[in-house]
Each structure stands twice: as structure tokens, then as C-alpha cells.
Design a protein around this ligand. Structure first.
Ligand code: 13P
Length: 257
């Protein structure tokens, strides 16, 4: 049987604590207790405690969308990994929206990944090429370099526990999900980079996700892919019925495999 698929909702800069609570209570009722898919919600920081309360006693887990690149201290407006420890299990690091709009650099991303591991959080390193990179056939070079730079401060054991999300920038929020075949090739390429750096055994254990214009109709094609362990869902994770639909597809896929 295929391993549990990880279905992660990235709410980005949406929902108040009250809206988050109401959504999660409804989601829980809709999806019940998924047994063959692991569902994770990444609310904005403001709604994390409300989400935690709403999800107590359920199997839905929590993640954060970002973390500071420093330990707790004088850094106005930031949230440290230590503050998230025990509150969330996962942290998205290096999302393209942060790289592009907030100038987040590989060096900083590498530090964030190391801090996540230090504080027992599972980082989800997001990598992906822009449309320009894609058209210029630079995609593999760009994502391989983001991957190598992001992992550089980790040891093999930490790499094994890091999740990699392949999210081509041109597929995010555009309704243009890229072809499953292309995703499969890109994930295979990324896995071979890990294999060259940390060995085949480590590479085989790393979980890869796909993200970019996922909905309940196209989810199956990606979950079917050999190397793809789940999905990182943006916009459609805010639509209760759609997100519940994606979770149901994952449940079915895993159970049938
Ligand atoms: P969309 O699903 O809205 O394309 O966003 C994907 C994403 O950025 C998830 O992190």
C-alpha cells in the first residue's frame, strides 16, 4: 500500500481567527478522521492558536507559513522556530511568494531550515522556477540550486526529514497546473540531486509534494505519480468543498494503491 499522502492547505494571507475556527469545524465534519491521508492546515500566524483550539482531538495537523531566520530576541514582527515548537508540526520555508516579493534569499532559507530541525519542526522547503526560467529551459538548474542551497546546513538525518515542495511559480494561482509528466521529471531530478549529495538511501526517504493550481479534479493525476507524496494547495484550500474533495481523492488513492 502507498504511504499516506500529505495534503497541505496553505491559506496564505487569508482568514481571521474567527473565520479559521468556523472553517476548521466544518472541515472536520466534512472529512471526518482521514485514515490514509494526512491533512495539514497552514493558517497565518494570527490564526494559529484559534486553529489549534479548533483542531484539538482531531487528526488534522497544523503548520506555519514561515519562520524567522534567528532565535528569539529583538526582531520586531518575526516569529521564531522556538515559539512555534509544540504548536505546529510543519513549517513552509522559502515559498516563492516570499522569495519574489520579500526578497528571501537561499542563505536565509538554509538557516530557517536548520532552526526548524533544531526545534523539532518539519520544514517544507518550497522550490520552483519562474515562467522566464521555464521558457529559457533553466528550470532544472534553478530548482536544483535552490534545493542544494536550502539544504546546505543540514546533516543527512535532517535532510531525510525535510519535505520538498516543487511549486513552479508559473503554476501558482494561475489555474495552469503543469503536466503530471513534467512534475514527475522535475521531482526525479531533485531526488537525484539529493542522492548525489547525501546518498541514495537518504534520497529515497525524502517526501516530495507538488503545488500549483491544484483542485479536486486534477489532484488524482499528481497523487498517482510514483515520486509524489502529496500536495500543497493554495487557493482551493480556502474553498471548503474543494479542499474536502481533494482530501477524499487522496484517501481513495492511498487506499487503492
Ligand atoms: P495555488 O494552489 O493557489 O496555485 O497556490 C499554490 C501554492 O502556492 C501553495 O503553497
Amino acid at each position: 500500500m502507498k504511504k499516506k499522502s500529505l495534503i497541505i492547505g496553505n491559506w496564505k494571507m487569508n482568514l481571521t481567527p474567527a473565520e479559521a475556527t468556523s472553517y476548521l469545524i466544518k472541515l472536520q465534519k466534512k472529512i471526518g478522521e482521514p485514515t490514509s491521508a494526512q491533512v495539514v492546515i497552514c493558517p497565518g500566524f494570527l490564526s494559529i492558536t484559534a486553529a489549534e483550539r479548533a483542531l484539538k482531538g482531531t487528526k488534522i495537523e497544523l503548520g506555519a507559513q514561515n519562520v524567522a531566520s534567528q532565535e528569539p530576541g529583538a526582531l520586531t514582527g518575526e516569529i521564531a522556530a522556538k515559539q512555534l515548537e509544540g504548536l505546529v508540526r510543519y513549517v513552509i520555508v522559502g515559498h516563492s511568494e516570499r522569495r519574489i516579493h520579500l526578497g528571501e534569499r537561499d542563505r536565509e532559507i538554509a538557516t530557517k531550515l536548520a532552526l526548524c530541525h533544531l526545534h523539532h519542526l518539519t520544514p517544507i522547503l518550497a522550490v520552483g522556477e519562474t515562467l522566464h526560467d521555464y521558457e529559457e529551459r533553466l528550470a532544472a538548474r534553478v530548482v536544483n540550486s535552490q534545493l542544494t542551497a536550502g539544504l546546505r546546513d543540514l546533516d543527512a538525518e535532517e535532510v531525510e526529514k525535510t519535505i520538498i515542495a516543487y511549486e513552479p511559480v508559473w503554476a501558482i494561482g494561475t489555474g495552469k497546473a503543469c503536466s503530471p509528466r513534467y512534475v514527475s521529471q522535475m521531482i526525479a531530478g531533485l531526488r537525484s540531486v539529493i542522492s548525489a549529495l547525501y546518498g541514495e538511501e537518504v534520497a529515497a526517504k525524502v517526501k516530495f509534494l507538488y503545488g500549483g493550481s491544484i483542485n479536486s479534479l486534477n489532484a488524482e493525476a499528481y497523487l498517482d505519480l510514483e515520486g509524489c507524496g502529496g500536495l500543497l494547495v493554495g487557493h482551493e484550500s480556502l474553498e471548503l468543498d474543494e479542499f474536502a474533495g481533494i482530501v477524499k481523492v487522496a484517501e481513495r488513492e492511498t487506499a487503492e494503491a
